[in-house]
Design a binder for this molecule. Sequence first.
Ligand code: AMP
Ligand code: GLY
Length: 416
Amino acid sequence: MKTLILGSGAREHAIAWAFSKSKSNAGVFCLPGNAATAELASNIHGDPENAAAVLKAARFSGSKMVVIGPEGPLAAGVADVLREAGIAVFGPGQAAAKLESSKAWAREFSDRAGVPAAATRYFTDYRTFNSWLSASPTSRMVLKKSGLAAGKGVLESADPDELCLFAKTVLDSDSMLVEEFLEGYELSIFALCDGEQYTLLPVCADHKKAFDGNKGPNTGGMGAICPVPGLEPGLLDLIDAAIISPTFKQLRKEGLMYRGVLFFGIMVTASGPKLLEYNVRFGDPETQSLLPLLSSDAIDLFWSAAGDSLGTLQTEYNSRAAVGITIAAPGYPGSYPAHIPVDALPEPNCNSLLFHAGTFRDSDGLLRTGGGRCFTAVGLGDDYFQAHNRALKLAQSVSFEGAWFRHDIGRKFSEF
Ligand code: AMP
Ligand code: GLY
């Protein structure tokens, strides 16, 4: 089968890498892809949020299935246009994509489903927020822009000045949620869904804070482990019963057909697991740690969610551990230099994989970075420690000016 993958990140590189090893692979295309996907697939220029351009690329390449990596094209309704044209799509339509593209709508939906989450208030104008804040006791709280923000729409703070500054910026153009600050640890749980049934993939944990020791500002994700060692027995069943199953039940009740992957960001608190957010796609960097553990055929698995083969969602995994470390540009998650020349890259092997994010080759053939998060270095091993050592070694051998990464991805889970 020929397949088309939308996106250019390390997540999409990992999907293309898994597809390139599939026995069902008859050609992988990426739109727009990056310097590394160009080597294992065929890149097609274009804007993944432009449905007409994507449809043209799917037809031109003869792709039977389109996998939508990032949230932008899902929110723009690209999946609906492709499905109407008879092309199978891994990813929900625009109506269900509101679970991610509108945090306000998503929280109302999760309330209708009876899913436990942080206590939340909504604001649509700055004055109302400001008078509410002035009348409230000072406490740590979480402010969230309702619409898409590429991982940068959340502020945790107890400082009224900082809260007001952030709220003013958000409320100039969007609505805003204010949530109670939840203490606990975070898990990323992925459910593949074929429109009727769902199946859970191995649990991952992302690390959102920029610096070692979970310090610094929030980022899109500085590294992820899969599986998560030391989880309490029964925790996953509890999350399924309290959060995942009610969500799919509510989607059916509201007539929202869901094909693809639904990502549940969960905070495990002292009073039980709570939903932080829904995402309507795979996580980045989680996917880079998850897919190397898959022993089922990747194209067949994605097809079982996107195609017409209901009831065939089956996943098998090897028993290895994976640790993925994000290598970032200097200044990220603030402003950072664009297009930094990459001086040296390690040779990947069967225990370490390097996934590129947005890299490209300039007119002289020189590899350059393409964003704030530039690579994911994934180490595989018999256990967390071996995988972590291999990931660190790999990350250290990626060289470009100002490259940096966290050294403690997964460590807190290894101490459970
Ligand atoms: P979200 O985009 O809603 O997942 O938020 C991004 C990150 O902010 C999450 O992965 C958490 O690390 C943090 N966060 C979001 N909501 C809360 C909350 N209510 N309490 C504590 N941390 C939160
Ligand atoms: N790793 C978090 C995300 O993909 O949103």
